[in-house]
Design a protein around this ligand. Sequence first.
Ligand SMILES: [Zn+2]
Length: 136
Amino acid sequence: MAPSRPLPQLTVVNAPFWAGCREHRLRLPRCRDCGLVWFPIYERCTRCTSTNLEWIDASGRGVLWGWIEMHKGYIPWFADKLPYNVALIRLDEGPMIYSNIIDARFEDLRADLPVEVVFDDIDDTISLPQFRILPS
Ligand SMILES: [Zn+2]
């Protein structure tokens, strides 16, 4: 039997984020009291602890901040996908998000490379945000 792909656990708190991804929208919480936009998803503002939040549609754009190339399949599902990159992207709205840069060679990755989100429809409920390099 083929190994199963690790997928996010949906919760009451992160459901709006994943529902947005399903619609190919990168939705993030923004604090109505101090204006902070944050990720990963928490039920409280990570700056002022307010629970007075709204969900915004992020631009889906950002820059590559850090990255690695995986050469060992620590998780069985990834064993035949090696090598692959794991990237940290600084979104235009401020938060950082871990993802992958698709359709790129590792040697082409560099700091501050402009990227944009694309969505990989995994099943009926999960679409994973991935990123691709914006043409210069
Ligand atoms: Zn706040």
